[in-house]
Ligand binder design. Sequence first.
Ligand SMILES: C[S@@+](CC[C@H](N)C(=O)[O-])C[C@H]1O[C@@H](n2cnc3c(N)ncnc32)[C@H](O)[C@@H]1O
Length: 232
Amino acid sequence: MNQRTAHAPSYRYVAWAYDALASAYSLGAIDRAKQIHQDYIQHGSRVLYAGAGCGNEIAEACRRGAEVTCVEPCPAMASRLHARLSEAADGFTIVPSPVQTISAPPDYDLVVAHFFLNVFDAATVQGVLAHLCGFVKPGGHIVIADFTPKGTSTNPLTRLLRTAYYRPVNLAGWLLRICALHPIYDYEPWLATNGFRVTARKPCPSLPGLPPLYESITAEKQPHQKAGVDRA
Ligand SMILES: C[S@@+](CC[C@H](N)C(=O)[O-])C[C@H]1O[C@@H](n2cnc3c(N)ncnc32)[C@H](O)[C@@H]1O
C-alpha cells in the first residue's frame, strides 16, 4: 500500500457528484455551514484547507484576498478544485498529499477542516486534529463544519434524530471505503487538549422546526500554549 492510500481514502469514484450529493442530502445546510468561516478571512489571511475537496467555499476565500493552501490528496477532487480556483484567483496552492505527511510551522491565521475529520476512525482522528492544530499561529483560528454531535442536546428525540440521520450516510461512506464507521465526533474537548478555546458553535438547520443537524465550530489558539502534538 503506498503512502497515499495508507493515509487517505480515495474519493475518485464520488468526486464528480460529491458537492451535489452533499447539497441535496442536507438541503443546502452543508453549503451554509461551510461558508461560516469566511467571517475570519481578511485580505492577506493565510488559510489552510485540510481535505479541501472541490472547494466551493475556497473560491470565495480567494476572492476575499486570502492566501490559500489546499491539502487534497485525491487527484479527482484536486483537479476539480484546481479548475474552480483558477477561475477565482491565482493566489492558491494545492498540495496533493495526505495532511499527516505535511510539516509546516505554526503560522496560519486559519485552518479549515470541513467534513474532513469524520473520514478517520476513532483511533486516528485525534492525532490528525492535533496535527492540524500545530499549523495555527497563536491567536489564530481553526474552523470545523461537520455533523452536530448528539451529545450537545439532552432531548432524547433530538439525539435519536441526529443518530438516525447520520448513521445511514456513515454506513454508505464506509461501504464506499471513503470514511470509517464511527459515531459523530465532538471536537470541542479535543480542541481544548490542543490549547484551543472554542469561541463559537453555530448551528446550521436543514429544515425549519427540525433540530440543526450540522454546525460550524470555531476555536482560537491560546497564546503560550504548546503546539499540537503529531500523533498521526
Ligand atoms: C468528506 S470530503 C470533504 C471535502 C470538503 N472539505 C468538503 O467539505 O466538501 C473529505 C476530503 O478529504 C480528503 N482526504 C481524505 N484523507 C485525507 C488526508 N489524509 N489528508 C488530506 N485530505 C484527505 C478526501 O480526498 C476528500 O476530498
